[in-house]
Each structure stands twice: as structure tokens, then as C-alpha cells.
Design a binder for this molecule. Structure first.
Ligand code: BES
Ligand code: MN
Ligand code: MN
Length: 462
């Protein structure tokens, strides 16, 4: 992999322009108005995999958006790396908070990205990070340095729960057979503090509906005499945490893995500045479960958060009304061993139980998935660690992330292989938020590091 640096230098502009073209297509999986754009993105990915040297590339239909599958098998006796990524993106809303349109990528420099960053929805999550693998593949095939077999599986429904990917994986065990799964869809601690993600949280996502009277009422004529669904829903939600910010759902913590003192001490070694954290978010204090640090609260501890709440009159001016219904969308981030379907049931049972007389409550489960932890002594982790040592000049720190990629646990269950999460994004890249961006330095560093992973991984089978 000697000449990877010079290859990147020579092709840098093209690498950026290709990604920019991909980012122009609004592949928003959550919104059916963008169906054609999502499909167009799958076609673009197919073409890019062909150009990168895959000898079989197919668009595999599913009940939802297709999965782009590509492979290059050079020798059946060599190990196989399966790359997973997603070509769909989150909706860009709220649009008015973007400094430039989300699907008109532009390069701007920032304090953390003095070499420039690409601003666009999907720049980091996950088109930019996924495309690093396509370009790393191009490098390895065009310079005859591909040391093992490669398979790509790029899906278009990650941001909406990957329901069809699960079926695809179950039905295509042989096709997807591999020795390690490689994903870049997470972050790292800092540009000078490389890290490999060793854990992901699970997720249970539900929507609740509280109904009071059968119609919206005059808040003077009826106020005080009937249950107001908005008053009630907020009270119910508030009761889901106690004064220590523990979640009050009975049984919620039963399977939560307690980390040993040693493990927590190891975690605490990761560089972290509470002041910088508060400053970046413009908050005067952090907030969370008593007895845990900020990094513990957002990685090894489960959470419950309202993601959206609505009901009643929110137009201009004032309308005196007691709404008939109130709603909220609630996510619970789970840690390994908590089963998301069981947690969804516990939530539902509890939420129904705490409803006062005078309202009716419905709980609608959306999607969910299990958490994931992976050991640092696997061949894959060790190969990744060596790759970072070459390109960053230091060993990466294992880090548990608070985010979720629910399909990873299913990969391990169905395909029996470990996943290595080599993320190159930064928390400040604003994924899912307005002004999402991905540093050019990070993008190129990813392209540089990936081929080294292949080399060390293949070598460990000799
Ligand atoms: N790439 C993210 C997950 C992520 C980001 C993990 C940063 C760790 C660090 C992924 O695209 C995502 O957004 N996942 C969703 C879950 C999904 C079921 C919608 C999430 O975590 O909210
Ligand atoms: Mn992602
Ligand atoms: Mn995402």
C-alpha cells in the first residue's frame, strides 16, 4: 500500500467531485416524494462499484428500496471482507436552518476543518463515509494490490430501520458469506485521537397517542372539567424519569450490563473536555443520570427521549381550545443485553398503566434493533488498529458509541462474523442536523486507512 498517499494526491479532485455529484441526489428514504431520487442513487452506486473494479454488481430489489450488491472474488481460498453502508439520508428539515441548500454541496473551511469540509445532507452519514470504501477499492484494484475478496452491500433504508435488509440477509447467507464486516458509519474522538467504535446502542422507537374528549373543546366552557390530553401526555412523559434521571418503567434496567470499575476507568481515559462540550452546544450545564459521566451517559447507559410532541393549536396568535388528542414520538436507546422487543412491551404496559381515567392511550411501536459490543482482540479489530497506527501514527482508542446501527447485531447473528466500525466522522459534523458536513481531511484519511486494513486483515490468514 506504499503508493496510496500519492494516488490520493493525484486523484483528490476527482474523489471530491464524484462525492459531490452523489450528494446532489436527495435520497431521503423517509419521504416517499423522493422515491425516484432514492432509486437514482442506487443506480449511481452501482455504476461507481463497477468503475471501482467489482466484477459483479447488481441492484437487488426488496419490498422497499433496493440493495446494491457488488463483489470481486479473486481467490476462493482468500478471506472475504464484506463492506456495508447506506445510500439513503435523513430528511434535511428544518430547511431554514441550513446556511446553504442541503442538496447543493459546497466546500467551506471551519475551525475543525481548516482544509475544508463538504456541506450537504449525507456528506458524513453515510454517503461520504461509504464512498471512501468505493475509492479505496478503486485504488486497490487499479494498482493490483487487492489482497483478498471483497463484497459490498449498500442499502437504501438504514435511516428508516433497515426492515428489508434483515430479510435480504436472512435469505442470502451464502452470497454474503464473509470473514469480517467493515463499516464506516460512525465517528472518531478527534482528528488527532483516532478511535474504533466497539459498541452501538440498541433502539426502541414508539409513538404514543392520548385521546380525551371526542372533539376539540372551548377551553373556557370545558376547561377544568375534562382531562386535557396535552396536559396529561406531558405529565405522563415527565413521570418516565425520576429525580435522579433514572427511567421509571418497571423492569427497564433488569438486563442492563453493569460495567466493572476497571472498564469504566479505561473508558475515562479517552480525552474529553466537559468545557469544550458545553461550549460547542452553548449549554451552561450537562444533564443526565446521577452517578454517571457524560461519556457514560451517552454510551453505556440506556435513555428515553421525546423526539417530537404535538397537539392542539400551534398557528399564529391564540386559540382557546382543549384538543381532543395529543401525540409524542419517543425513542429509547438501549445497551447490550436489553432486548428491544421486550423493552417495547415494558414501555407499552407501563404507559397504558399510568394513564389516568378520562383519557384513552394508544402505543404504536415503530422500529427497533439490538445493541452491539465487539471485543478488541478479534483479528478484524487488530488489523484495523494496525491500519490506524500506520496512517495516524498512533493506535486508535476503542470507544462505545451512543448511536445505533441496528442491523449490525443481526449481521453477527445471521452471518456469524464480527463487524469492525471504522468511523471517520466527528461529533461536530452535524449528522441528522442542519449544515451536516464531512471534513475533506477525514474523507481522504479514510480512503488512505482502509487499504491498510485489507492488507493486515489478509495477512492474518497466512
Ligand atoms: N450512522 C448513524 C448511526 C451512528 C452515527 C452511530 C454516529 C454511531 C455514531 C445511522 O445512520 C443512524 O442514524 N442510525 C439511527 C438509527 C436508525 C434505526 C434510524 C440512529 O442512531 O438514530
Ligand atoms: Mn448512518
Ligand atoms: Mn443516520
Amino acid at each position: 500500500m506504499e503508493n496510496i498517499k500519492s494516488y490520493i494526491k493525484e486523484h483528490k479532485d476527482r474523489f471530491l467531485n464524484e462525492l459531490i455529484e452523489l450528494l446532489k441526489i436527495p435520497s431521503i428514504s423517509a419521504d416517499s416524494a423522493y422515491k425516484n431520487d432514492v432509486l437514482k442513487t442506487a443506480d449511481a452506486i452501482k455504476l461507481s462499484l463497477e468503475e471501482a473494479g467489482c466484477n459483479i454488481v447488481e441492484i437487488c430489489p426488496t419490498d422497499g428500496y433496493p440493495i446494491v450488491y457488488g463483489e470481486k472474488i479473486i481467490d476462493k481460498n482468500l478471506p472475504t471482507v464484506l463492506v456495508y453502508g447506506h445510500y439513503d439520508v435523513q430528511p434535511p428539515d428544518p430547511l431554514n436552518l441550513w446556511d446553504s441548500p442541503p442538496f447543493e454541496p459546497i466546500i467551506k473551511s471551519t475551525a475543525l476543518h481548516p482544509d475544508g469540509a463538504i456541506f450537504a445532507r449525507g456528506a458524513c452519514d453515510d454517503k461520504g463515509q461509504m464512498y471512501m470504501h468505493v475509492k479505496a477499492m478503486e485504488f486497490m484494484t487499479s494498482t493490483n494490490q487487492l489482497p483478498c475478496n471483497v463484497k459490498f452491500m449498500i442499502e437504501g433504508e438504514e435511516e428508516v430501520g433497515s426492515a428489508n435488509l434483515a430479510t435480504f440477509v436472512k435469505n442470502n447467507q451464502k452470497k454474503l458469506k464473509n470473514d469480517v464486516i467493515l463499516i464506516s458509519d460512525t465517528g472518531m474522538i478527534a482528528k488527532d485521537v483516532p478511535s474504533i467504535t466497539t459498541g452501538l446502542r440498541g433502539l426502541s422507537y414508539v409513538e404514543v397517542e392520548v385521546t380525551g374528549p371526542n372533539r376539540d373543546l372551548h377551553s373556557g366552557l370545558y376547561g377544568g372539567a375534562v382531562a386535557n390530553p396535552i396536559n396529561i401526555i406531558t405529565k405522563m412523559i415527565a413521570s418516565l424519569h425520576d429525580e435522579n434521571n433514572h427511567i421509571t418503567i418497571p423492569g427497564f434496567y433488569d438486563k442492563v450490563e453493569g460495567l466493572s470499575k476497571e472498564e469504566r476507568a479505561e473508558m475515562a481515559k479517552a480525552p474529553f473536555s466537559l468545557d469544550a462540550y458545553k461550549k460547542a452546544l452553548d449549554i451552561d450545564a450537562v444533564y443526565g443520570e446521577t452517578g454517571y459521566t457524560t461519556n457514560e451517559r451517552n454510551s453505556i447507559r440506556p435513555t428515553l427521549d421525546v423526539n417530537g410532541i404535538w397537539g392542539g393549536y400551534i398557528g399564529e396568535g391564540a386559540k382557546t381550545v382543549i384538543a381532543s388528542k395529543a401525540y409524542a414520538k419517543i425513542s429509547m436507546r438501549l445497551v447490550p443485553h436489553q432486548d428491544w422487543e421486550e423493552i417495547t412491551k415494558l414501555f407499552t404496559k407501563h404507559f397504558m398503566a399510568i394513564a389516568p381515567k378520562g383519557v384513552k392511550v394508544k402505543v404504536k411501536p415503530h422500529h427497533g434493533g439490538q445493541g452491539y459490543v465487539t471485543p478488541i482482540d478479534s483479528i478484524g479489530y487488530q488489523a484495523a488498529s494496525k491500519a490506524y497506527e500506520v496512517t495516524f501514527g498512533k493506535a486508535p482508542i476503542p470507544q462505545r458509541s451512543g448511536g445505533s446501527i441496528p442491523i449490525v447485531a443481526l449481521f453477527e447473528q445471521e452471518l456469524k462474523s464480527k463487524t469492525i466500525l471504522m468511523g471517520f466522522g466527528l461529533d461536530s459534523d452535524a449528522i441528522h442536523s442542519p449544515n451536516e458536513h464531512f471534513g475533506i481531511w477525514n474523507y481522504l484519511k479514510g480512503i488512505e486507512t482502509i487499504p491498510h486494513f485489507y492488507k493486515y486483515f489478509a495477512e492474518s490468514f497466512k
